[in-house]
Design a protein around this ligand. Sequence first.
Ligand SMILES: Nc1ncnc2c1ncn2[C@@H]1O[C@H](COP(=O)(O)OP(=O)(O)OP(=O)(O)O)[C@@H](O)[C@H]1O
Ligand SMILES: [Mg+2]
Length: 455
Amino acid sequence: MPRRARILVVDDQLEMARVLADDLTDAGYVVDVANSAAMALEQTRHHLFDLVISDLRMEQVDGFDLLKQLKSLDPDLPVVIMTAFGAIDSAVAAIKLGAYHYVTKPFRLDEVTAIVGRALEERQLRTENRSLKRLATERSSLGAIVGRSAPMQRLFELIERVSRSSASVLICGETGTGKELVAKAIHFSGTRREGPFVAINCTALPEALLESELFGHVKGAFTGATSARHGLFAEADRGTILLDEIGDMPLAVQARLLRVLEEGEVRAVGSDDVRRIDVRVLAATNRDLALAVREKTFRQDLFYRLNVVPITVPPLRDRVTDIPLLVEHFLDSARHRNPEGPVRELAPDLIAALAARAWPGNVRELENLVERLVVTGNAPRATKVDLDRTLAEGPLADASFDLRRETIVSLRQLEAEYIAWAISRCDGNKTRAAELLGIDVSTIHRRGKGQGEPT
Ligand SMILES: Nc1ncnc2c1ncn2[C@@H]1O[C@H](COP(=O)(O)OP(=O)(O)OP(=O)(O)O)[C@@H](O)[C@H]1O
Ligand SMILES: [Mg+2]
């Protein structure tokens, strides 16, 4: 235990309190004693207690009032109640008011220390959970977006401004520019950050499934609907939904979405019940939606509804001054994932060469390239020679694996390419790639180099 927990024992029979206090002190806690509720409250003004053990029946202010006041000061504070034998009703009432547990007098001391130990452990876990959650929040907020260039500073300003409102935002930008990152930053730095963040890729699902994913369905609404589903809009209530690749949303679903946005309520497929929802909508696309409107593949009314605030994430080639910073950032995380690799730094000539590239795949492409340099490098310092070698190995992670070849290549060759692609899609995580490919990690190493028998 890094710090000894501090416990307050409250009992108007001071002798009782002392016996218990001594025992808890022996168990390694710091213990204070109060002989009235008033004194207990006074003590809480001076010390931060991790747990309070209190008698229920005391003169003047009784244990119930003390419990209520303690809970209003700190809802998480575990309070253990001591009651007289036979007073089970009042024990139950105390639990309802938020007491952690009760013990009936006379009690065995080891019984109390066991309860105290468990309560403190649970409290510790809760605190850790919360700080982990906070950490995760910070990671997904503004601080997670690397960049100092002028276009990025304008982007940060815009994100901060829109995160204070609940307006719909349309995030545009080429593939891999960081649109999803921007969406998360808007959610996690805004007033809805405590609420859920839910994302859906509109490309990935056929029309009927997309519809039920978004709005939910009742049991039996269609073949395969073996159980009811709330749908992502209901799940995102009080939070944010990101409709990713909105340009790929089929027109029928667009019509439904528009109604949901206009009415602020959803109706599950096959249901008559409507449910009011409070959801902030962010949409992202790498297409020219205005053009899609002209071509009648995207509804104009929906476009206006989503495009209340447009945010365009600049392509990497328009912010090359950010490249060294991004490289440093990705090098850090790639080394973290590949601690056994020898690469520790990238030579200036390599960074200069990176800044001169066109980056059609934008930041994601850069991220994958750095990862590849780290994974395949064989010296502490990677240079331009390593870059050229890495680039000669083939294209960087594409969203899809293209089977088309100008000439017929061997299966073994194709397999090696597919494995390499899978690894880069898994951000260099070979274990994960192996899992998805349904093969062993050792096989990935062998076959990824084009050795061994093709399957
Ligand atoms: N400014 C940045 N700082 C740090 N990491 C970034 C930045 N921009 C993008 N990335 C990283 O690059 C990758 C791609 O980002 P993201 O998924 O947000 O892009 P996208 O625009 O949504 O791409 P797509 O259009 O393909 O969906 C992610 O791993 C993300 O963490
Ligand atoms: Mg995306």
